[in-house]
Write a protein that binds this ligand. Structure first.
Ligand SMILES: Cc1ncc(COP(=O)(O)O)c(C=O)c1O
Length: 308
């Protein structure tokens, strides 16, 4: 079994220092209250970011998404993006990290006075935690992962908008369990109309006859990597379409890949037992190459802006 977030084993992660509400503490001591809104209700938002050469790639785009989500649920972080960057930098520095590191920044509504749902019961907070791990995507991912389409669908935006990177990921977790039961690594989720939408943890693309297709974006996470891949294709003159398509077209794709901050572009080897390929195909490889260059450019721009 492979998962899209498999990383190479790194012993240094056993002694990580984790940011918990303004303090850096050993991972064994890093704890939040059982009354925390995140633990009790999944009432919180998170961001996954990667460190390259001392900078958090596409930091502004991640902050834009995080602060939009927080505003939508009236969760006041009590600090701005530059203070977030400072706490992430301090955490990375305390762990001796410059690159090959992955962060999960979590913000919850804080500690409740009673074990019930109403947001007004969260009286102290927010709770802010940053886990930054030494992280290199596992070699096995380059061979591709197997997807299974599952009965669990992506919902309409007026139930729980998929654009919320909320602590509650139960919809995705149920989909993942269904994929596992089908003997696959990750779930391919459809939208309410039956069109192919996304996987439980990443955005999804296919390549057909030289064209790159992804969903309309209506029911999936507004992935930073997804947006970058679409921009890369446009820039490179690779035809790219955000459109409805079905499993019929996905099964006969020439290539398929997932996108996410952790794995960048991860090839798909099979969908519901239909073989797609053995590792990254030529279009995926070209996009990967251009994505690495885009990360390098973004990191250089951030360094220049910060006078580093
Ligand atoms: C459900 C889901 N889809 C896609 C993504 C990928 O988003 P990004 O490219 O911003 O990492 C994530 C990551 O948070 C996610 O949770």
């Amino acid at each position: 079994m492979t998962t899209t977030h498999d990383a190479e084993e790194d012993a240094r992660n056993r002694d990580l220092l984790i940011w918990v509400d303004g303090e850096l503490v050993h991972r064994d001591e890093a704890k939040v209250s059982v009354y925390d809104s995140g633990f009790m209700l999944g009432d919180g938002m998170w961001e996954g970011m990667r460190l390259y050469d001392g900078e958090w790639a596409f930091f502004d785009a991640h902050m834009d998404r995080l602060f939009s989500s927080l505003k939508a649920v009236r969760l006041d972080l009590g600090m701005g993006p530059e203070e977030v960057r400072a706490l992430l930098d301090r955490t990375a520095e305390a762990n001796g990290m410059v690159g090959d590191a992955h962060c999960r920044l979590m913000v919850t509504r804080g500690v409740k006075v009673k074990p019930f749902q109403h947001p007004s019961l969260s009286r102290s907070g927010p709770t802010v935690v940053a886990i930054v791990e030494h992280s290199r995507p596992a070699e096995a991912l380059s061979k591709g992962i197997r997807l299974a389409s599952v009965p669990q669908v992506r919902g309409l935006p007026h139930s729980q908008d998929a654009k919320f990177n909320s602590h509650s990921k139960l919809n995705c977790v149920i989909a993942c369990l269904q994929a596992e039961a089908a003997g696959a690594d990750e779930a391919l989720m459809l939208d309410p109309h039956g069109f192919v939408n996304t996987t439980n943890a990443c955005n999804f693309f296919i390549v057909r006859r030289g064209e790159v297709w992804t969903s309309t974006g209506d029911y999936c996470m507004n992935g930073v990597t997804r947006t970058n891949v679409i921009a890369i294709c446009r820039d490179a003159g690779i035809p790219v379409f955000e459109k409805n398509y079905s499993l019929y077209e996905a099964y006969s794709a020439d290539e398929a890949f997932l996108t996410g901050t952790f794995g960048a572009q991860t090839p798909v080897s099979a969908i519901d037992g239909r073989v797609i390929g053995d590792g990254a195909g030529p279009v995926t490889r070209e996009i990967r190459k251009r994505y690495r260059a885009l990360v390098a450019r973004n990191v250089a721009e951030q360094k220049a802006a910060r006078g580093r």
